[in-house]
Design a protein around this ligand. Structure first.
Ligand code: HEC
Ligand code: HEC
Ligand code: HEC
Length: 430
């Protein structure tokens, strides 16, 4: 009942904002004063120079850091040929072909057209891209780095493959809406180095905010899919998971992780505190585990310097009877691997006390792993296998809620309670 009027208000607000976005979009469409002209003005002065072998190598490293291949590959036999469906809260969108094929890829593009796509989110025909393409992050790349990525992509084998048109809901199916979106939410341009900070910190910021687009998942989004202001790296929902806070929050954030902990996690997919599960394991495999040691450490240094962020939710501890019910289930099903005191075995069975992911305000990722189980990600640095059993078929919604509430609140942990209804929803989401 309390939800009703609030939801109506939100819907009205959403409609008003959408109409505004639409109107703004139309105005820009007519006057063409925005990013395109800016792009043209800048691009005139750029001489065409042949890329060197170093440029191409740097471009490849940046393409790895940006995980371009993940989104732009549907068929592993056709890397970068596009066609992968990217799901957004507004519908599905298919990634384009980035190989140098002239008809269906980037073969006929000029360097400037490529530059405008990454810096301004502007397509060849002047229309705007959807932010499912992380150009709000890629805009932080320097010109030289954008051209280096372009030079690398030009060395790929051309493949003919024309992706399908987007399947987005009204009004997002009109690209003109994105002009309004950009006006409201998109700030193009590079970041000026912060002279108060070390070169390593600045490199870390350049990667995290820019090409590595960590905030695309780890920053909460507003109802239009744009970053919520003032909540950078405050944790975000993505595809039924929760990408935890990366700020300095005590329980659910990275306060208890050292620079070395973060570095090890990004390079190998695990450390003595946690393992990378679904979604993050792809980021580790395709991106952070193949970055240079210096770049990964720079990312860790930057993350460790993020402020504490928004206060964590106040937690009412579960009733002793609830804890007892959860403990009984835990002792029956989980202690064989995680131990009675939750300590597990570092890098084999992640320890649960003090675990940041486990204490996130939003329990989605924890529910996913208990329902579905997991195979431990193996990387060259951590090749031993491991697995967590799935409990979806072994426990009721209430039992999963009880054991989840127990591990989130035992051993000094504290996190909001989950209900059997939330477990039922998570079950249906898969
Ligand atoms: C999270 C998924 C995702 C990642 C990561 C990603 N892209 Fe994309 N990219 C897309 C989608 C989706 C589109 C289409 C957007 C649209 O149609 O509005 C796109 C469009 C593009 C385009 C425009 C192509 C055209 O034919 O119009 C270029 C160029 C591009 N991406 C380059 C890159 C590069 C370079 C990287 C890595 C640095 C990258 N993308 C990483 C999803 C992604
Ligand atoms: C595609 C979405 C996505 C992107 C992009 C992404 N992450 Fe994650 N990340 C996640 C999810 C989801 C988890 C939780 C994984 C789990 O449950 O094991 C996670 C977990 C983490 C954790 C562990 C936190 C904890 O409390 O256990 C760290 C550290 C992290 N990510 C850092 C990064 C960095 C740095 C980047 C950019 C280089 C990044 N992530 C990009 C989705 C993402
Ligand atoms: C057979 C051994 C085994 C059993 C039994 C087991 N787990 Fe796990 N658990 C693992 C492994 C291995 C991982 C790491 C998975 C990965 O690498 O993705 C894990 C991961 C987890 C995580 C994620 C921790 C993090 O850092 O994000 C949670 C939460 C968890 N288990 C809870 C439970 C609960 C609750 C039970 C009982 C209902 C249970 N486990 C039973 C082996 C086990």
């Amino acid at each position: 009942m309390v939800q009703g009027p609030r939801r109506t208000k939100r819907t009205i607000l959403a409609r008003v904002l959408l109409c505004t976005a639409f109107a703004v979009g139309e105005v820009f469409a007519v006057s063409e004063v925005f990013a395109v002209s800016e792009g043209h003005a800048q691009s005139k002065v750029e001489p065409t120079v042949q890329p060197t072998a170093e440029d191409i190598a740097r471009g490849k490293a940046l393409a790895d850091a940006g995980d371009c291949a993940s989104c732009h590959t549907a068929d592993p036999a056709k890397p970068f040929a596009g066609g992968k469906r990217i799901d957004t809260p507004f519908g599905g969108i298919y990634s384009p072909n980035l190989t140098p094929d002239r008809e269906t890829g980037l073969g006929a593009w000029s360097d400037d057209e490529f530059y405008r796509a990454l810096r301004f989110g502007v397509a060849r025909d002047g229309s705007r891209y959807y932010p499912a393409f992380p150009y709000p992050n890629f805009t932080r790349l320097t010109r030289q780095d954008i051209f280096a990525i372009r030079a690398y992509l030009a060395t790929l084998t051309p493949m003919s493959h024309a992706p399908r048109a987007p399947e987005l809901r009204w009004p997002f199916n009109y690209r003109v809406v994105m002009r309004g979106w950009n006006w409201l939410f998109f700030k193009p341009g590079i970041l000026m180095p912060d002279q108060q900070k070390s070169a390593e910190w600045n490199r870390g910021r350049y990667l995290v905010e820019g090409v590595a687009h960590c905030g695309a998942c780890h920053t909460p989004k507003n109802m239009f899919g744009a970053d919520r202001r003032g909540q950078a790296y405050g944790g975000g929902r993505v595809a039924g998971m929760f990408a935890p806070r990366l700020d300095g929050a005590e329980r659910g954030g990275l306060k208890s992780w050292s620079v070395e902990d973060i570095t090890e996690y990004l390079q190998s997919g695990r450390n003595a505190r946690s393992h990378a599960g679904e979604l993050m394991s792809e980021v580790v495999v395709n991106s952070t585990s193949v970055m240079s040691d210096g770049d990964v450490r720079a990312i860790a240094v930057y993350l460790k310097d993020l402020p504490a962020g928004a206060p964590e939710p106040k937690v009412t501890p579960p009733q002793p009877s609830q804890m007892a019910a959860g403990e009984k289930l835990y002792n029956g099903a989980c202690i064989a691997c995680h131990e009675a005191d939750g300590s597990g075995a570092p890098r084999i069975y992640p320890p649960l006390p003090g675990n940041a992911n486990l204490q996130s305000a939003d329990a989605s990722s924890t529910l996913r792993i208990i329902l579905d189980g997991a195979q431990t990600l193996t990387t060259p640095r951590a090749p031993n296998k491991g697995s967590m059993p799935a409990y979806a078929a072994k426990m009721t919604d209430q039992e999963i809620a009880d054991v989840t509430n127990y591990i989130r609140n035992a051993w000094g942990n504290a996190a909001p309670l989950v209900t059997a209804d939330q477990v039922a929803k998570a079950r249906r989401a898969k």
